[in-house]
Design a protein around this ligand. Structure first.
Ligand code: NAD
Length: 431
């Protein structure tokens, strides 16, 4: 059997933007920590991931060759509870990126006050070149590699880029086989038939709609057809955000995907666009409006901009041209740290990613609670509880921003860091 070693990719600094991803996250952390007068010892603790795991994952390819993939799992901070965070399969995965994303998850869980810490995982691979059985072998081998940290009380993965409920089912099964009994609460984002939660699929977009509504109310902007929305990305987050914002009464004037966008001044038929993409796998050719590029979409004359696709699309190069009054960051890290100040100077209300897209992890938390209790809620209960958490979290962040005269992003970091720091102080230091 031939063994192929896939090299560990050198640390890359482009995936989350031109900025090194960890440093980009830390740029915001540092400002918030300073505002909070965080004591130097705690500052040091919170700048370091608790645990970083690198595992070699040999996989038997369908060709008969063995290929060795590199997998990562970083537990950034578990002071507030079990580590929570997705696993991505991508050729851009680096330890530095996983570390940054794990830190992000720590702040995201804290900003919506979930009893979780933060983690992230990734495997350096190109899933588009792998068969389903190869992906299953890889997922199971990676799971067994990190099994010592996994568990409902210690580390609970979820889907991320290029992973889905199918992989979560394999992780749950592998973990359960080792434990000799079924443990549904070890992962979230599972199929509903095996312990998943109703409402999970729509949760991130629903959260985006709720915080956007709260932002419009705060700015005394109307919640009707006179408020124009442009959404970049028409996958899970973008399409559901567009649909629910349209249901709320807003006018969706533009949507886009990787093949470009479509614009209609008088509003797009979002249901028709969703049906078109379900059939054609792309928005390309959708007849409901004029073609625009993804960069044109970002600077459109609109009131609400929802970047819900990629990292680092709003930079110091285009931030000055953005006309929206509210930006709801559906994606993780769509705005570079250097663009933050430009948006703030323009008076744009940016609902930061760690708040705006936290609806997903909130319903993941509901899934974990339901699995542990063995009692499942109806969708209305899920949505009502999500609504309450998003509304309260928005108000807490807005309150912090007003009290300290800072942006919503810095305020969100302040709320989160303060919560994590508070628990560290109460727990004391084990030495
Ligand atoms: P998805 O794969 O379902 O959809 C991604 C969309 O972005 C697709 O429409 C794709 O065509 C589009 N896209 C890809 N490349 C593009 C490009 N160059 N320009 C414009 N559009 C492009 O992914 P998703 O789950 O909707 O996630 C989108 C973002 O939201 C990611 O940053 C993800 O990390 C973040 N997020 C997702 C969730 C969730 O629950 N799904 C939760 C929190 C954050």
């Amino acid at each position: 059997m031939a063994v192929v070693n896939v090299p560990i990719r050198p640390e890359r600094d482009t995936h989350l933007g031109g900025e090194n991803p960890f440093e980009s996250m830390m740029a915001r952390f540092d400002i918030a920590a300073q505002k909070l007068n965080l004591e130097p010892g705690l500052y040091g603790v919170l700048r370091h991931p608790e645990k970083q795991i690198i595992v070699a994952c040999p996989v038997l390819r369908d060709s008969g060759q063995v290929e060795v993939f590199t997998g990562y799992r970083v537990l950034y901070n578990t002071a507030r509870g079990p580590a929570k965070g997705g696993i991505r399969y991508d050729m851009g995965v680096t330890l530095d990126e996983v570390k940054a994303l794990a830190a992000w998850m720590t702040w995201k869980c804290a900003v919506v006050n979930l009893p979780f810490g933060g983690a992230k995982g990734g495997i350096l691979c190109d899933p588009s070149t792998m068969s389903m059985i190869e992906l299953e072998r890889l997922t199971r081998r990676y799971t067994s590699g990190i099994i010592d940290t996994l568990g409902p009380d210690s580390d609970v993965p979820a889907p991320d880029v290029n992973t889905n409920e199918r992989m979560m089912a394999w992780i749950m099964d592998t973990y359960s086989m080792h434990k000799r009994h079924t443990v549904t609460a070890v992962v979230t984002g599972k199929p509903v038939a095996m312990g998943g939660s109703l409402g999970r699929r729509e949760a991130t977009g629903r959260g985006c709609m709720i915080v956007t509504r709260q932002a419009l109310r705060q700015l005394n902007l109307p919640i009707d057809k006179s408020t124009r929305v442009a959404v970049q990305g028409f996958g899970n987050v973008g399409s559901i955000s567009a649909k629910l914002m349209s249901d709320l009464g807003l006018r969706i004037v533009a949507v886009s995907d990787k093949d470009g966008g479509v614009y209609a001044k008088n509003g797009l038929d979002v249901d028709a666009a969703i049906a078109y993409v379900a059939k054609n796998k792309t928005l390309k050719g959708f007849p409901g409006g004029d073609r625009i590029t993804n960069s044109e979409l970002l600077t459109l004359d609109c009131d609400v901009l929802v970047p819900a696709a990629l990292e680092n699309v709003i930079t110091d190069e285009n931030a000055g041209d953005i006309k929206a009054k509210v930006i709801c960051e559906g994606a993780n890290g769509p705005t570079s740290a250097t663009a933050d100040q430009i948006l703030q100077d323009k008076g744009i209300l940016v609902i930061p990613d760690i708040l705006a897209n936290a609806g997903g992890v909130t319903v993941s938390y509901f899934e974990w609670v339901q699995d542990r209790g063995g009692y499942f809620w109806d969708e209305e209960t899920v949505n009502t509880r999500l609504e309450r958490i998003m509304v309260e979290s928005f108000a807490e962040v807005a309150g912090m921003a007003a009290r300290h005269g800072v942006s919503m992003r810095i305020a969100a970091y302040m709320v989160a860091i303060d919560r994590v720091a508070q628990v560290h102080r109460l727990r004391g230091m084990y030495a």
